[in-house]
Design a protein around this ligand. Structure first.
Ligand SMILES: [Zn+2]
Length: 651
C-alpha cells in the first residue's frame, strides 16, 4: 500500500490554503465521572472516526480521483484531531486497573507534536517538503519506481548501475539534508512536549520493556543470524568478483560495492538471484502453471488460502470480505495495486489486491489474510487494543503461515504439485537461497536504519556526521560500501523513503525474526518431527487454537506475554535461533562453498566470520502497557486508520 502519513494529510490541507485546523489543541471536553466511562467514550469516538477515515481512504485507494483524495485527507485529519483531543483529555484521568493504565499509556504514545503552533506548522511543512522531494525526484530524468529500481535489479553493467545508484542519491539527499536537520529539532521538541526525552525515546516507548533492553534484544537477535548473513555475503562476494573482476569486488575481507546487489539499498538481493542460484539447471517449485491449468482465479486463490486457516480450526472470513474486497485490478478506473489488508471495525474486513494467477501472488494472498485473521480475532477488544501485540507482530502472522504453505508436501496436499514429485536436495537449496536473499539479507539493513535514526534523534550523531555515520553502519552491518566517496553535502539516508517520510523501520526486522519463532513453536504443537523447513501445520487444530489465543489478545497485554501464549511458552523475546534452524541446509551448503575463503569484512573480521552473540538475556522489565497506535503526526505509528496494513519496506 501507499504509506501516507498523517503528516501528509495535514500538509495537503495546509497546502490547499486552509488555516491550521481548529481544535488542534482543544480544551478538554466534559469530564466523565470515572476513567472507565471516559475510556468507553474514547472507544466509541475512535471506532466511529476510524471507520469513516478508513472508508474514505479505501474509496480513494480503489478509485484514484482528486475529489476522493481530498475527502480521504480531510477524514484522516479529523481522526488526527480527535486523537489530539483525546490526548488532551487524558491528562484529567488516571487508570486504576491494568487495562485502564495500559490504554492511557497507549494514548500518550500519540504525543510528539510541538505545543507551539508555529513549530507544529513548521514540522508539518518540513515533512511535506521532504516527502514531496522524495516522491517527485528524478535521476537523469528517471523516477525511482519503476525505472531505477528496474535498472538496479536487471542491469549487469557496473557503470550503468553506478550511475543509477549515485544519481538517485544526488537527486534526493542534498536537497533533503537541511530540511531533515531542522525536522529532527522540531520532532524532538514535540517529543519533549509529549513527556518524552526525545523522539528516539518516544519511538522505543511502545515495547513493554526498557529501551536499553529493547535495543540489546534486537542486537542479540542480529548477532544470532549474523553467521548466516556472513556466509551469504561471502558466497555472493566471490560470485560477483568472478563477474565484475577482483579490481571491482575485492575478496578476502573486502566490502562489496553497494550498487551491484540488485537493489538501490542492497537491502534484498533477489534481483541477482540468477547470478547466485546454487543449481541453475534445477527447476524451481512454481505452482503458476498448475494454478492456471486448474482454472484458478482471484476468488479461488483467496478461498484456497482461507481453507488453510480454517484447517487450523479458525473461523471462515466474514461475509464482508467476499462482498466488499477489491481482489482484481479494476478496468474502469485507476487504483492502488499494492496489496493491503483493511479493518473497518465490527468485523468488516477487506483486501485490496490486483491478484494475478501466480505462485507469488498465492503467497501474498496467504500473507494478507494473516492480517485479517488478526483483525478478526481481536475484534472484541477496545479500539486502543485492536492492534498487533507490538508493531512487529502484524506482518509476521501471514508470513508464518507461508512457511508451511511453501513446503512441497503442502502444495501436494492441495493439489498444486501433482504426480509423484519428491523434492531434491538441490531444489531445497535453490528455494532456501531465494528466501534468504530476501529475508536474511534484509536483516542487517532493517536493523541499521533505526540504529542511525535513534542516535540522530538522541543527539549522538550531529548533522556534520549524518553521512559518515550512515556509511559506517552500512559497512559494519551489511558489509557493503558506497562505491564512490561522499562529499560534504551528501545525505544518503535521504535516498530511502522511510527517512523523509519519517516511518519507523525496526518493526520490519522484528517481523522477519519472530515469524520463524512462531513457525517453530506451531510446528512443535502440530507434532511435526523432522527438519523445520519441511514442516506444514495444515490441519492442526491444536496449533490453530494456540495461535488464536495470541491473536485474540491484540495489544491488550505486553507482547512478551502474547508471544509466550502463541508459542506455548517457547519464546518471549525476539530471538534468531529458529532462523538458523530453518536455514540449516543452506547454511551447511554455504559453508562448503566458502571453505578456505576468508569470509567477513573490514579489519575487525576474522576468517570464517564471527560467532553468534552470547550477550546477556535482556530483561522484560519496565513499565507495561505501551504500543504504537498511530494517528497523530510525530507518533511512531504504522499508518492506521484508513491506510490498510502492509506498508512496503521497499521504497
Ligand atoms: Zn502485510
Amino acid at each position: 500500500m501507499r504509506v501516507k502519513s498523517a503528516f501528509l494529510a495535514l500538509s495537503a490541507l495546509l497546502a490547499s490554503g486552509s488555516a491550521l485546523p481548529q481544535g488542534t489543541r482543544p480544551a478538554p471536553s466534559t469530564k466523565f465521572a470515572t476513567t472507565a466511562e471516559w475510556l468507553k467514550d474514547v472507544d466509541r469516538r475512535l471506532t466511529a472516526e476510524s471507520t469513516l477515515s478508513s472508508e474514505a481512504q479505501w474509496r480513494f485507494d480503489t478509485n484514484l480521483t482528486d475529489a476522493n483524495e481530498a475527502i480521504a485527507n480531510a477524514a484522516s485529519l479529523r481522526y488526527n484531531q480527535l486523537m489530539t483531543t483525546i490526548l488532551a483529555e487524558s491528562t484529567q484521568y488516571q487508570g486504576t486497573t491494568e487495562d485502564e493504565k495500559r490504554q492511557l499509556d497507549l494514548i500518550k504514545l500519540n504525543g510528539g507534536i510541538p505545543k507551539d503552533v508555529a513549530a507544529q506548522k513548521e514540522l508539518t511543512e518540513a515533512l511535506s517538503k521532504m516527502s514531496s522531494i522524495y516522491s517527485t525526484a528524478k535521476a537523469n530524468g528517471k523516477p525511482l519506481d519503476p525505472d531505477l529500481t528496474e535498472i538496479l535489479a536487471t542491469s549487469r553493467d557496473y557503470n550503468t548501475l553506478l550511475d543509477a545508484y549515485i544519481s538517485w542519491r544526488n537527486a534526493t539527499g542534498p536537497l533533503i539534508k537541511p530540511i531533515y536537520t531542522r525536522f529532527v529539532e522540531l520532532s524532538n521538541k514535540g517529543a519533549v512536549d509529549g513527556g518524552f526525552k526525545d523522539t528516539s525515546v518516544l519511538w522505543r516507548a511502545g515495547y513493554d520493556m526498557r529501551q536499553d533492553d529493547f535495543t540489546a534484544m534486537m542486537e542479540k537477535a542480529l548477532q544470532q543470524v549474523t553467521p548466516l548473513y556472513e556466509q551469504l555475503h561471502c558466497y555472493a562476494r566471490s560470485k560477483l568478483s568472478e563477474i565484475y573482476g577482483k579490481d571491482k569486488v575485492e575478496l578476502d575481507g573486502g566490502y562489496m560495492p553497494a550498487h551491484i546487489l540488485g537493489n538501490m539499498w542492497s537491502q534484498e538481493w533477489g534481483g541477482i538471484y540468477d547470478l547466485l542460484i546454487p543449481y541453475p539447471a534445477v527447476q524451481p517449485i512454481d505452482t503458476t502453471a498448475e494454478l492456471k491449468r486448474q482454472g484458478y482465479d482471484a476468488v479461488k486463490m483467496h478461498e484456497l488460502s482461507e481453507s488453510f486457516y480454517t484447517s487450523l480450526g479458525m473461523d471462515e472470513l466474514p461475509e464482508s470480505f467476499w462482498t466488499k474486497s477489491m481482489l482484481t485490478k479494476p478496468t474502469d478506473r485507476e487504483a492502488v495495486c499494492h496489496a493491503s489488508a483493511w479493518d473497518f471495525n465490527n468485523d468488516d474486513l477487506r483486501i485490496k489486491m490486483c491478484t494475478v494467477v501466480s505462485h507469488s501472488d498465492l503467497m501474498t494472498v496467504h500473507h494478507e489474510q494473516g492480517h485479517l485473521y488478526y483483525d478478526h480475532y481481536y475484534r472484541k477488544q477496545p479500539y486502543l487494543f485492536r492492534s498487533g501485540a507490538a508493531d512487529f507482530f502484524h506482518e509476521a502472522i501471514g508470513d508464518t503461515m507461508q512457511l508451511s504453505v511453501v513446503t512441497a508436501s503442502h502444495l501436494k496436499k492441495v493439489g498444486l504439485i501433482t504426480g509423484n514429485v519428491t523434492t531434491s536436495p538441490e531444489q531445497v537449496i535453490n528455494a532456501q537461497m531465494a528466501v534468504a536473499l530476501d529475508k536474511i539479507v534484509s536483516l542487517p539493513w532493517t536493523y541499521l536504519v533505526d540504529q542511525w535514526r535513534w542516535r540522530v534523534f538522541a543527539g549522538e550523531i550531529q548533522p556534520d556526521k549524518y553521512q559518515q555515520e550512515w556509511e559506517n553502519l552500512i559497512e559494519r552491518y551489511q558489509g557493503v560500501k558506497r562505491p564512490v566517496s561522499s562529499g560534504a553535502n551528501d545525505f544518503d539516508p535521504g535516498a530511502k523513503y522511510h527517512i523523509p517520510a519519517n516511518t519507523p523501520y525496526i518493526r520490519y526486522f522484528g517481523a522477519n525474526v519472530i515469524q520463524f519463532s512462531f513457525h517453530k513453536a506451531l510446528c512443535k504443537t502440530a507434532g511435526h518431527t523432522g527438519p523445520l523447513h519441511e514442516c506444514d501445520i495444515f490441519g492442526s487444530k491444536e496449533a490453530g487454537e494456540q495461535f488464536t489465543r495470541m491473536l485474540s489478545l491484540g495489544q491488550s497485554k505486553p507482547w512478551q506475554e502474547a508471544m509466550k501464549i502463541g508459542t506455548n511458552g517457547m519464546f518471549d523475546t525476539v530471538d534468531g535461533s529458529a532462523i538458523i534452524e530453518y536455514f540449516a541446509p543452506l547454511l551447511e551448503w554455504l559453508r562448503e562453498q566458502n571453505a578456505g575463503k576468508k569470509c567477513g569484512w573490514g579489519s575487525s573480521r576474522q576468517p570464517g566470520g564471527s560467532k553468534p552473540g552470547n550477550g546477556d538475556k535482556p530483561g522484560n522489565g519496565g513499565k507495561p502497557g505501551q504500543g504504537g497506535k498511530p494517528g497523530n503526526p510525530g507518533s511512531p505509528g504504522s499508518g492506521k486508520p484508513g491506510h490498510g496494513k502492509c506498508p512496503s519496506k521497499k521504497y
